[in-house]
Ligand binder design. Structure first.
Ligand SMILES: [Cu+2]
Length: 314
């Protein structure tokens, strides 16, 4: 039906949101139609036209006034009470506990301008967040700097990412697939390029993904890549970026341990290709204007050594 063309809820939580919206629209349409019909009827056929005496105004008749007031008060209370119950029922399905007793299955942190996800086994990823389809995960939403808002329209309600304040949501996908997410609270220059994608995998795919992401980076073998690994530390890339298994432990930029396994760079602004990686190294401000990575001022040789090293980080 038309509804399906407009919205594609893909989790029990968003199905509850969509059906609440449908209920509210139907109820509002019914009230609107009733009121509109009464107004039109009284305009089209006033009493005089119906051959009835020009009755006294209702407000003059005390008893009639009391009855009508009672009716419209009751109707309003019933309608609003119904909406209240529907809303509370939907909230009970949608909202995660404010202070859950168990540890979250996933911690997602908003940064200017990219999202980081941490799994309980220590895996950290950026922008492409895998989950097992059909499982309801408790997700803690956090911020490293300003207020962001985590939103995957097909899967979950919105949740603000407020520094120092934990927000919890349920995140779940009925079936495997890719679900686009974005930051939904203006947070600075590149707010519009703060995308992420939830990748719901089958159980087997998810556990093999998690296993491969848990591997530390392998020592590069080729001479260019080894030189790149050395430069990564020398050029202070490691102050902002972490690469598991090396001395690079920075947290101000995306974890690069498995950067090659990701499809996008810069929170969705570009596909992850050798060309875009090269641009990111030689002119990060051209790759994503205003982003928090300063130009590292590399020579061509240094940039290609670093690119060779990053090319080993599967
Ligand atoms: Cu944001």
């Amino acid at each position: 039906m038309v509804w399906g063309l407009l919205f594609h809820p893909q989790s029990p939580e968003t199905e509850a949101i969509a059906s609440l919206l449908a209920d509210v629209l139907v109820l509002s349409a019914a009230v609107f139609s009733l009121v509109a019909a009464l107004v039109v009827a009284s305009l089209v056929r006033p009493r005089r036209a119906r051959g009835e005496p020009e009755g006294r105004r209702i407000l003059d008749a005390k008893a009639a006034r009391a009855r009508i007031e009672a009716i419209w008060t009751c109707v309003t209370v019933i309608v609003l009470g119904g909406l209240f119950l529907l809303t509370v029922r939907a909230m009970a399905k949608i909202d995660a506990p404010l202070e859950p007793g168990t540890a979250p299955d996933l911690v997602v942190t908003g940064h200017q301008w990219w999202w980081e996800a941490q799994y309980p086994n220590g895996v950290v990823t950026t922008g492409e967040i895998h989950i097992p389809a059909g499982h309801r995960l408790l997700v803690r939403i956090d911020s490293a700097d300003v207020i962001h808002d985590f939103w995957v329209p097909q899967l979950a309600r919105k949740m603000d990412a407020v520094p120092g304040l934990d927000g919890y949501i349920w995140l779940e996908a009925n079936k495997p697939g890719r679900y686009q997410g974005m930051c939904s609270e203006f947070c600075g220059a590149q707010h519009a390029w703060m995308h992420f994608v939830i990748i719901a995998d089958s159980e087997a795919d998810f556990s093999s993904w998690l296993k491969s992401q848990a591997q530390p980076a392998t020592q590069p073998s080729g001479s260019a890549a080894s030189e790149g690994a050395r430069l990564f530390l020398e050029k202070k890339c490691g102050d902002c970026h972490a690469i598991a298994g090396t001395a690079a432990k920075g947290g101000n930029g995306p974890d690069l341990t498995h950067v090659l396994s990701r499809e996008f760079l810069g929170a969705g602004i570009a596909r992850n290709t050798p060309e875009t990686v090269a641009l990111w190294l030689t002119n990060p401000q051209a790759a994503k204007p205003g982003n928090r990575m300063p130009d590292p001022h590399l020579s061509d040789a240094e940039a290609s050594a670093l690119a060779a090293y990053l090319g080993t980080l599967k």
